[in-house]
Design a protein around this ligand. Structure first.
Ligand code: FUC
Length: 781
């Protein structure tokens, strides 16, 4: 790229910076002292799955760490295809009785054909998450081949990505972070005090134009049309540079700096999205406002503010699972070596990485983490990089409370509230029902209809599962203001099923119809069925939760009685001929065409649900174990994440660790530790993080289990700062497989039963006063 000198800046954007490099380096040094928080590599990323993710919810950035050319791939979380739209199929209401009848008559293929024609959403597909573009930083004075001492890293505690190498005697350093507090992506470059030249530009696969505007480089464009839904979003990325020394110029080809001793790039991005039905914001005004506020702060101030906000969340939890002595190796090598020789410190790093990714993709005020969190380089990403709500979006939020990041759950609550609004229209127009419904997928526009295919889309329990998860968040904190907030969402989710559950011929039990046991084909050549086990399990939870909430809040007593009566008529879990937990109403499991199917939907009741438990329902727990054994240990990334949590709930530490080791193998974990479905899907990262906690501590109603599934591979270790249900914090350490100390801190006075293996102890917790239990008291009766 040719260097440009036009539009030379003086003052303003080219402000002099006081020792920013020193501040950044200090941040990085301090952070490396925090164990299990560093990913590092000895070469630049060659593929996207080697690049390192930064994020502040709104922005996602993948840092490649190139030598002569740095590529930072960019995302803005509201840049999706299409615009506000409706997907209601006007024929659905009339076709529904016939589909139901065909299913009850066992004519599943016919039902599926009719459903595909008349029950599916129109358009059938939802909108996709898009890539914003790339920030390219060229160093024309660098000789690519002669660079030495290369290292790039992502410090999870500092939330900074650093690239460093030596070229012709100069140490070039680039540090980047996505500011959680000031909204911008910040990249700082230096060459050990020596002056250097840089050329920076923005590119995109979207329809964009580049222009210089008030000293900044602006890339502006419109999003793509999709499936007949016109692109209705405007977006903009705005890049400013400031240097210590030298000259900066901006024109419509990019930003050029000559002879700078250090350079800071600040990038803001926004779209016109305000909400699922409103795209009237002005992205130029948004980026101008964010950028000028950020420019008013020094580099060191920006970094300090960002790190304080990040560390407030990140440092709540520490983990030590022991060491294999490989902690100083590059992270990609550790993943490669893990299958043959599992590295407990890599599991600990993976756990902290899950927490980092949740902070970076889902801080309060953001959109929730989608199938790829916020990181996507394609305009046609796998599965649209949407919100798949028959497992994936829920899994993303499994660690939010237990791993002590409850703030990061807020975007999920908002999404469910918005989905409930769209879902009320879908319920009314497609089912003739009150309340709200959502199926197996949703997108930025909160489409709640049955999308994609009849086989997957005709599943009415997506909204119900989300509602149950909102209650779970309550259960960790038991905060009545939050319960009041979610109450209408839960109540209306339940109301939909009062109006749509069907009486099963022959038994009179209430079942969903039409539905499917997420994505699993049964022996009759379809997935469509009535009353799959998962649906009844979710609905038992939903009715229980809403009745409990109504009682606590003193509301809707008559309606609650109706909910309780409906709940009593739901089809129960059943144990099949092979001793397994039946996935469907009939004992079809043994003949299902894909016995190793990735979904384990009927085990919802074991995890994340709590209906099945080794102590409370031993026969069902044994049946669930049988089903899990038959499904086998291999699965997609998220399939492993779910199996890990299930084996932890079955208190089998060896099996859980075998699954975790499989997850942390190159087949299921990319060099940058992103989960490989494959392709990349972030749910496995979050399911894995949740599963590691589940192995170490579980809470169920008023009972706490310590080390329920500790594997022999982690004989000595500690985890501090995790959360249990009922507003309780836990610090736990163990030695030679035995609890050393457990410190419980409850927000308000309460009682608990603490169990370690078969030994249980009743404890009384005083509000705010830690109770420290020594291991001896917990290991002998
Ligand atoms: C569900 C899963 C797939 C994939 C997709 C995003 O359809 O069955 O494995 O994760 O969601």
């Amino acid at each position: 790229m040719k260097l440009r000198r036009r539009e030379l800046l003086s003052g303003g954007l080219a402000a002099t910076v006081a020792h920013p490099a020193a501040a950044l380096a200090q941040g990085a040094r301090a952070a490396e002292a925090v164990p299990n928080s560093l990913l590092w590599y000895s070469n630049p990323a060659r593929i996207w799955e080697e690049a390192l993710p930064l994020g502040n919810g709104r922005l996602g950035a993948m840092v490649f760490g190139g030598i002569k050319r740095e590529r930072i791939q960019l995302n803005e979380e509201t840049l999706w295809s299409g615009g506000p739209y409706r997907a209601v199929n006007p024929r659905a209401l009339a076709a529904l009785p016939r589909v139901r009848q065909l299913i009850f008559e066992g004519k599943y293929r016919e039902a599926e054909a009719l459903a595909a024609k008349d029950l599916q959403s129109e358009p059938m597909r939802q909108m996709s998450y898009q890539a914003l573009g790339d920030l390219l930083i060229d160093l024309p004075g660098i000789n690519e081949t002669s660079a030495t001492d290369y290292r790039r890293s992502l410090d999870l505690d500092a939330a900074v990505a650093t690239t460093r190498f030596t070229s012709e005697g100069k140490t070039v350093t680039r540090e980047a972070f996505a500011s959680l507090t000031d909204g911008v992506l910040v990249i700082h470059l230096s060459a050990g005090g020596a002056p250097f030249d840089v050329a920076v530009t923005l590119t995109s696969g979207q329809r964009v134009s580049l222009a210089a505007d008030s000293g900044a480089l602006v890339m502006a464009g419109w999003n793509n049309e999709d499936r007949g839904i016109a692109g209705q979003l405007r977006f903009e990325a705005r890049l400013a540079a400031r240097a210590d020394g030298g000259e900066i110029a901006v024109d419509n080809g990019g930003v050029t700096a000559l002879g700078a001793r250090s350079l800071t790039l600040l990038l803001a991005a926004a779209t016109s999205h305000r909400g699922p039905n409103d795209v009237t914001a002005d992205p130029a005004e948004r980026t101008r406002t964010v950028l000028s506020a950020a420019l008013a702060r020094s580099d060191s101030d920006l970094l300090a503010r960002h790190q304080a906000a990040h560390r407030k969340l990140f440092r709540r939890v520490s983990i030590d699972l022991g060491s294999s002595g490989r902690g100083d190796r590059p992270t990609d090598q550790r993943v490669r070596r893990n299958p043959g020789n599992p590295d407990p410190a890599l599991a600990a790093l993976y756990f902290q990485y899950g927490r980092y990714l949740l902070i970076a993709s889902s801080p309060p005020g953001a959109q929730p983490a989608n199938l790829q969190g916020k990181w996507n380089d394609s305009n046609q990403p796998p599965w649209g990089s949407k919100y798949t709500i028959n497992i994936n979006a829920e899994m993303n939020y499994w660690p939010a409370d237990s791993a002590n990041l409850p703030e990061c759950f807020e975007p999920f609550v908002r999404m469910v509230e918005e989905l409930a609004a769209s879902g009320a229209e879908t319920a009314r127009k497609m089912y003739g029902a009150r309340g709200w419904v959502a199926h197996h997928n949703t997108d930025l526009w909160r489409n709640s209809g049955p999308a994609d295919h009849a086989r997957t889309g005709i599943w009415p329990c997506g909204g119900a599962w989300l509602a149950c998860q909102l209650w779970d968040h309550w259960d960790y904190h038991r905060d009545d203001a939050y319960l009041r907030r979610i109450y209408p969402v839960l109540r209306d989710a339940a109301l939909f099923f009062v109006d749509t559950l069907q009486s099963e011929p022959g038994t009179g039990l209430l079942v969903t119809n039409p539905s499917n046991s997420p994505e699993n084909e049964h022996p009759h050549g379809s997935t469509l069925c009535a009353g799959p086990a998962m649906d009844s399990q979710i609905l038992r939870d939903l009715f229980d939760r809403i009745c409990d909430a109504a009682r606590r809040l003193g509301r809707d007593s008559q309606l609650a009685a109706q909910f309780a009566a409906t709940r009593r008529r739901l089809a129960p879990d059943q144990i099949g001929a092979a001793g397994q937990l039946q996935e469907w109403r009939a004992d079809w499991d043994g003949a299902a065409p894909d016995p190793h199917h990735r979904h384990v939907s009927h085990l919802y009741a074991l995890y994340p649900g709590q209906q099945i438990d080794i102590d409370a329902t031993p026969a069902l727990a044994a049946a669930a174990k049988r089903s899990l054994d038959t499904r086998g240990d291999d699965a997609t990334g998220w399939g492993l994440g779910w199996r890990l949590n299930l084996w932890a709930r079955l208190r089998d530490g060896e099996r859980a660790n075998a699954i975790l080791t499989r997850l942390l193998s190159p087949e299921r974990t990319y060099p940058n530790l992103f989960d490989a479905h494959p392709p990349f899907q972030i749910d496995g990262n979050f399911g894995g993080a949740a599963g590691i906690i589940e192995m170490l501590a579980q809470s169920r109603e008023e009972r706490i289990l310590l080390l329920p599934a500790l594997p022999r591979a982690w004989p000595t270790g500690a985890i501090r700062g995790i959360r249990l249900r009922g507003g309780i914090g836990l610090d736990l350490s163990w030695r030679e497989g035995v609890v050393e100390t457990a410190t419980l801190t409850a927000a308000t006075a309460t009682r608990r039963t603490v169990a370690v293996g078969s030994v249980t102890r009743e404890v009384r917790l005083r509000g705010g006063r830690p109770l420290k239990l020594a291991g001896a008291a917990l290991t002998s009766a």
